[in-house]
Design a binder for this molecule. Structure first.
Ligand code: GLY
Ligand code: MN
Ligand code: MN
Length: 492
């Protein structure tokens, strides 16, 4: 008998140990999410309720969906990574269904068959124990949940995008949204006005963003740990690819090397579709086809990729000469972009307007393009492309927050301590541009990630060299990818 008990105990023990080692231990803590909810609650107006929905599942084709990604606000406030869920946060305690609480989550009900395919779902009691939410129910219970939204002065939520599919399962996101709309008398016609008239209803679809923006923009220590990891992984990927790069590789192969390195470091996703463009392709700002079968000797390749580690994403770009050596023209443009980035770095600190960073990079790039003779003057007719209305060669902004989103929620007025931002000037000269042909098909972006500190900035992505001669030096080194040979697909 004793032996049986002992072996049961051992099995239970090994299941629980096994359960623990199956999952990384360095996700954000439930205390982090709980604290975020408490801070949001403090900021909410009196007698209000904030309602959040999980992200929809996105269909790829037929019965195959894209890998699920939680809505960043939902994740920020709960740590819940599963679909079909609803969170309510109340400004004051509510007494409903015999208990008193100021937050409640609805998580998808159990379904043995669905879980056979997709893995275990979190139960309401796990939502309470593991996620530390005060009260939890299964989603089918929302329909008859006795809550009177009309008694609140304000019901805060993000307006709907109308892109949610109905499934056959009761209590899916489609049901939750429909039932919510019914409960709050959501107007029938398409979307609410941006600023709903308070006398008409108590629905407010803009305030949550105003409340969450400053919170999400200032990172806590726990968030910084994850961001630092995501950025380091991405920069190490850039450095390794610099060693491995050779003419004749395909853009997809280069993308694959970066992404393999992310996975090797256990980063789950890419924070956005990877951009790998050689020559002319690098001039397409969000080029994600990465189709070029053979990158040519003499070309530059622009690689804008970011690892997402436990929800937090980096955003790092390097532009390198495929054959290891910049041409004279490539180097001139590269060094100009580098100078612009350095100048923005040198002024970045708390209190400086975000817009100063862009203005600094723009002034240097304009002056440099004029000195090099790429533009004839700094008049609008030489600098602005009439087709796009943008700067002909530097057509994008230079800085944004990163975090749970690559273009993260945050304030864009003044820099503040513990913001994490990019500085990413670029010059792109597509074929056919009104300048000497020798400049054509030169795309350069240098993008790094920075923590704003008490009195300056910390460069987080310094594992990947930025200076042109340092890149050339590193490209002389060998990479393990050089030994990675596979059989040909077709007999030659
Ligand atoms: N990777 C997108 C961006 O740089 O903003
Ligand atoms: Mn960026
Ligand atoms: Mn980028």
């Amino acid at each position: 008998m004793k032996t049986i008990y002992f072996s049961i105990l051992l099995t239970l023990l090994s299941i629980s140990i096994f359960g623990q080692i199956q999952k990384p231990q360095d996700f954000l803590s439930s205390d982090f999410h709980q604290e975020r909810r408490a801070i949001l609650r403090e900021k909410m107006p009196e007698n209000s309720v904030a309602v959040f929905f999980s992200n929809p599942i996105r269909n790829r084709a037929n019965d195959v969906n894209f890998k699920y990604h939680q809505d960043p606000n939902f994740y920020y406030l709960t740590g819940h990574r599963q679909p079909h869920a609803l969170l309510m946060i109340f400004s004051e305690k509510q007494s409903i269904k015999g208990s008193t609480f100021d937050e409640v989550v609805f998580v998808r009900g159990r379904n043995a068959l669905a879980e056979l395919y997709d893995g275990g779902r979190i139960s309401p009691s796990q939502a309470v124990d593991d996620l530390k939410l005060e009260v939890a129910f299964e989603t089918p219970e929302f329909k008859n949940f006795p809550i009177d939204f009309s008694k609140f002065d304000q019901v805060l939520f993000y307006d709907f995008e109308d892109d949610v599919r109905e499934t056959s399962e009761e209590g899916d996101l489609y049901d939750l949204i429909s039932q919510f709309k019914q409960k709050v008398n959501y107007p029938d016609e398409n979307k609410l006005d941006i600023t709903p008239e308070p006398q008409k209803n108590n629905l407010n679809t803009t305030l949550l963003d105003e409340l969450l923006r400053p919170m999400r923009g200032i990172k806590t220590e726990e968030e910084l740990d994850l961001l630092r990891k995501a950025v380091k992984i991405s920069a190490l990927g850039q450095a390794e690819v610099m060693r491995a790069m050779e003419p004749g590789m395909s853009e997809l192969e280069v993308q694959g090397m970066h992404e393999f390195i992310y996975k090797k470091y256990k980063a789950e996703y890419e924070g956005y579709p990877s951009i790998v463009g050689a020559g002319h392709n690098g001039c397409v700002l969000h080029y994600i086809e990465n189709y070029k079968p053979e990158i040519e000797d003499g070309e530059l390749i622009l690689m804008d990729l970011g690892a997402e580690y436990h929800g937090y994403t980096a955003d790092v770009t390097r532009t390198i000469p495929v054959n290891g050596k910049f041409t004279k023209e490539q180097k001139a443009i590269y060094d100009l972009v580098y100078e612009a980035q350095e100048a923005a770095m040198s002024i970045a600190k708390p209190g400086v307007p975000f817009s100063d960073l862009y203005d600094t990079t723009l002034n240097i790039i304009n002056k440099g393009l004029l000195d090099l003779g790429v533009v004839k003057s700094l008049n609008a007719e030489d600098l602005i492309d009439p087709a796009t209305g943008r700067h002909r060669y530097y057509p994008h902004g230079c800085c944004h927050h990163i975090g749970l989103d690559v273009h993260d929620l945050g304030e864009y007025e003044l820099l503040e301590e513990n913001m994490v931002i990019t500085i990413e000037p670029g010059i792109y000269i597509p074929e056919g541009s009104p300048c000497d042909k020798k400049w054509w098909n030169i795309p350069v972006r240098i993008e790094d990630d920075y923590l704003i500190t008490k009195d300056g900035i910390e460069l987080l992505s310094d594992d990947a060299p930025r200076k042109s001669h340092e890149i050339e030096e590193l490209m002389k080194e060998k990479s393990a990818f050089g030994q990675f040979n596979l059989p040909a697909l077709e007999e030659k």
